[in-house]
Design a protein around this ligand. Sequence first.
Ligand SMILES: [Ca+2]
Ligand SMILES: [Ca+2]
Length: 214
Amino acid sequence: MRILFALPFLFASQAFANDVTVTTDVWADNWFALYVNGALVIEDSVPITTERSFNAETGTFQVSLPAQVAIIAKDYRQNDTGLEYIGTQRQQMGDGGFIAQFTDAATGRVLGVTDSSTVCTVIHRAPLDVSCARERNPLAGSGACAFQSAPEPANWTQAGFNDSAWPAAIEYSEHAVGPKDGYDRIRWDRSASLIWTSSLEQDNTILCRLSLMQ
Ligand SMILES: [Ca+2]
Ligand SMILES: [Ca+2]
């Protein structure tokens, strides 16, 4: 039944002259979900709890341009300390990293990429003091292991959301991020950059927005 209701909308949306089929490639350390004009279009298929969950995803969607892309990206953390491998010799902060590109599936033309014109905000930062990573018994919210956490702002994936206060994303080199499994499988456009916010290690959950232009 659901498809019967969906069909009229599908035909209506395809009537717009600016409609394009967009191919998107995404690589994330460790997990992401990607929205276009407020609708979820692609989500990382590997759960964040999978050890070393590095992977690339490729998907297609149809949209009328210009369009608004919104991405939530998460670096894995075992708890609110921001650490991973807690209590083992590998106990560490862990680091994030993210890259995406959007191309016209028919022509290959680049419609958008992650770079310093992307804007991002941090909604989970931990630990606030990096010495937490060396503590024998790190406790979230205690001393060096204090953290900052905020809910996702209402309507942040929508095209009309006001992101003017969000800072520019920071571009990182491949050397800094060390992108692994799946990254090399994608032919990245030269304009696409690995991005994150100011700390690859302490910023654990970030929200980013970028525009796709005709
Ligand atoms: Ca990570
Ligand atoms: Ca981290």
